[in-house]
Ligand binder design. Structure first.
Ligand SMILES: [Mg+2]
Length: 197
């Protein structure tokens, strides 16, 4: 199974929000966005998106190491790893490789890591071709799920959005990709899909 990190294994939005807060800014969650959700306290216009982009780059360079794991994720993957191979499939930028790896190890996500860039469909197709067994793909972003549906339609697809504030706003297509925001339930659904149920 191929598992995303941010908003799937790690509470990315909460971690980034804390980082933004350390710079005297705040995040508001009234739309599904990242940079456009960053404000100076008391102001109604979001800060320039370049400010957000810089903060994100800095966050990935180090502070990302301190985000919390998503509840239930460690135990679910540990259980699933008895049934098949777990591979971490992240789009984190190259300069985040070391803090990201340390974070994964520290929290017990001690699985091989593949760093992708751009939509994940082609990468998932290439990785799925290396196993005779069934493959499952778990991500928070509809664009990646759609990309996998196109490039590797035989891969079982699951969407999980960890941040409770983003769940209702996150674009989803449950008729195409199973939507499960809880890792206990997700673990069982993945296990069933890998067994061909
Ligand atoms: Mg993600």
């Amino acid at each position: 199974m191929l598992v995303d990190v941010d908003e799937v294994l790690g509470m990315f939005m909460r971690g980034f929000e804390a980082w933004v807060g350390r710079h005297g800014l705040e995040m508001r969650f009234d739309r599904y966005a990242l940079f456009q959700n960053i404000f100076r306290p008391g102001e109604s216009e979001h800060v320039d998106v370049e400010v957000g982009r810089d903060l994100l780059n800095q966050f990935f360079a180090g502070p990302v190491e301190h985000m919390d794991p998503v509840p239930g994720a460690v135990a679910a993957l540990r259980e699933l790893s008895r049934q098949g191979t777990v591979v971490i499939l992240t789009n984190a930028p190259a300069h985040s490789r070391e803090p990201r790896s340390r974070w994964l190890t520290k929290h017990g996500f001690d699985y091989p890591q593949v760093v992708n860039s751009g939509l994940k469909g082609p990468c998932v197709a290439a990785l799925a071709a290396r196993t005779l067994g069934r493959t499952a793909f778990i991500d928070d972003l509809l664009t990646n799920l759609d990309s996998v549906a196109t490039a590797a339609p035989y891969v079982a697809r699951f969407q999980l959005v960890a941040d409770e504030r983003m769940r209702a706003m996150a674009p989803a297509a449950p008729e195409r990709h199973a939507r499960i925001d809880d890792w206990d339930e997700m673990g069982k659904a993945i296990a069933a899909a890998l067994q061909g149920e």
